[in-house]
Design a protein around this ligand. Sequence first.
Ligand SMILES: [Zn+2]
Length: 150
Amino acid sequence: MDDCIFCRIAGGEIPSAKVYEGKRAVAFLDAAPMSKGHLLVVPRAHWKDLAAVPGSGATEEERAAYAEVCDVVRAAARAAVEVFGGGANVLQCTGEEAGQTVGHLHFHVIPRPKGGKVPPEFVSGAYRYADDADRAATAAALRAAIAKAL
Ligand SMILES: [Zn+2]
């Protein structure tokens, strides 16, 4: 897509600090990092977000592209731990409501050096279900939707 900044970065039209260039995926430093070494991992193919990635109907090429993206995310997390010590957050935003600002699937790999604080949005217990029925109904809705999406 000509107007997509990540397609243009992946294609080399826009310069970036690339740390991985594969057949189907690239990784580069985020231009607005949350921490030192904050990376973005993107497929070369244009998928709007994670919900747009095909499931059981995917072609071999689509499966290979998604597999390469996931493998680079794994390697980038390991690299963050090795280079900076501490840990890493992997963040994927699907949709504007989730904070997605570029409409091309990307995974953030955010190094969290030793001694840093866990960001408040990642602290458990930020949401409480109204009651057990609400919790069960939520689980049932997601169970059905996941079965459909596979
Ligand atoms: Zn794109």
